[in-house]
Ligand binder design. Structure first.
Ligand code: CAA
Length: 379
């Protein structure tokens, strides 16, 4: 890594170890998101790392950003997912497809961390089949009226601005994936209704809510790009997002390995520290290898993005491999701890639960395999 990347890494590590890790257990238990941490991430510049300096971001490369995100996840995965969604999806979509006026109004404060962003694609009946979404945008004077409901929305309640995908085609003229628009919607808009907060297995501190739109008016200047291109923009956004989830999963796995190394050195059985047993050494070695491989693949995807190369395949590969590695490593971490890994007193119990959703959100492992296979057939 470059000198600058190492500096950012140690800044993120220091923040995660000082401000996140000591509270992670309590935030998980109470399913409480520390909203004030968003202010601190903004001050560090971590909410605008990929946004050019002309829009008040840090204008950094993707590898540097993912290195910071991994460190944040090593401290607390729930905080990391809020950071990842904001950086990868709404801000990147506005940067890529927004007008200068939209960037001035939305992107600049998002880059400074004054507005926290979210991404509203999934619905109760449109998860993996995201193009089947039903929320409707209906043309009206000077803009559109949104009606419908979204599910599983990270930052959907306490966030400030969502990029919302809704149908812009009409019931009599359905256009599938090409009949969807992407709209910039502030969460204080009239008709923006926050629904049930999910009571989750892991990443419990991150806020995941349903949201509904009831006759919610969005002006023409809140539509991103072309009215029928929102789904394509969302998939492009997910190409960024998935490498973010890969870095996040790697951070969870790294934390689990560190706890396991510490425990295996302290725990004595049969008269010796358990790390002296070959069975334990093989476990720890297998965990470390998967983490390095996940990190390498994630950084490979990041390098491709920064070089302007196509990233769908690599991003899906990184997410698939890193999330499965996180499940492998955290499962082994519980095993290394024996009975103590199964109780909440030890952090690997939480890390095991936190890892699972990385195989589900931003596209399940099955969807990643589909994307990879389609890309292979295209070559
Ligand atoms: N970039 C740009 N365009 C793309 C693209 C990409 N990565 N992938 C596909 N497209 C284009 C296709 O070329 C196609 O256009 P053409 O017809 O002109 O060729 C169009 O988009 C539709 O593509 P598909 O036919 O492949 O679409 P599909 O309906 O078969 O779906 C899918 C493909 C991969 C399954 C997709 O629906 C998908 O990724 N599903 C998973 C959804 C998902 O990841 N949701 C995450 C929710 S957000 C979240 O979790 C965030 C959070 O809070 C943590």
């Amino acid at each position: 890594m470059t000198e600058e990347q190492l500096q950012i890494q140690s800044l993120a590590r220091e923040f995660a170890e000082g401000e996140l890790r000591p509270h992670a257990e309590e935030w998980d238990r109470d399913a409480h998101f520390p909203r004030e941490v968003i202010g601190s991430l903004g001050e560090l510049g971590f909410l605008g790392m990929l946004i050019p300096e002309e829009w008040d971001g840090l204008g950094m490369d993707t590898t540097t950003y993912l290195t910071a995100l991994e460190e944040i996840a090593r401290g607390d995965a729930s905080v990391a997912v809020a950071m990842s969604v904001h950086n990868s999806l709404p801000t990147q979509m506005i940067l890529a497809h927004g007008s200068d006026a939209q960037k001035e109004r939305w992107l600049r404060p998002m880059a400074r961390g004054e507005l926290l962003g979210g991404f509203a694609l999934s619905e109760a009946e449109a998860g993996s089949d995201a193009a089947a979404l039903a929320a409707q945008a209906t043309r009206t004077d000077g803009g559109w009226v949104l009606n419908g409901a979204k599910a599983w929305i990270t930052n959907g309640g306490f966030g400030d601005v969502m990029v919302v995908m809704a149908r812009t085609d009409t019931p009599g003229d359905r256009r599938g994936a090409k009949g969807i628009g992407a709209f910039i919607v502030p969460t204080d808009a009239e008709g923006y209704i926050v629904g049930k907060k999910e009571d989750k297995m892991g990443q419990r501190a991150s806020e995941t809510v349903g949201i509904a739109f009831k006759e919610l008016f969005v002006a023409d200047d809140q539509l991103l790009g072309e009215p029928g291109m929102g789904f394509i923009y969302a998939l492009q956004g997910l190409d960024n997002g998935r490498m973010g989830i890969a870095a996040l999963a790697t951070g969870i796995a790294q934390a689990a390995l560190e706890h396991s190394l510490g425990y295996a050195a302290e725990r004595k059985q049969f008269g010796t520290a358990v790390r002296e047993f070959q069975g334990m050494q093989w476990k720890l070695a297998n965990m470390a290898v998967r983490i390095e491989a996940a990190r390498a693949l994630t950084h490979r995807a990041a390098a491709a993005k920064d070089a302007g190369e196509p990233v769908s395949r690599l991003s899906s590969m990184a997410k698939l491999f890193a999330s499965e590695a996180a499940m492998y490593v955290t499962t082994e971490a519980v095993q290394v701890h024996g009975g103590y890994g199964y109780v909440k007193e030890y952090p690997v119990e939480r890390l095991f639960r936190d890892a699972k959703v990385t195989e589900i959100y931003e596209g399940t492992s099955e969807v990643q395999r589909t994307v990879i296979a389609r890309e292979l057939y295209r070559q």
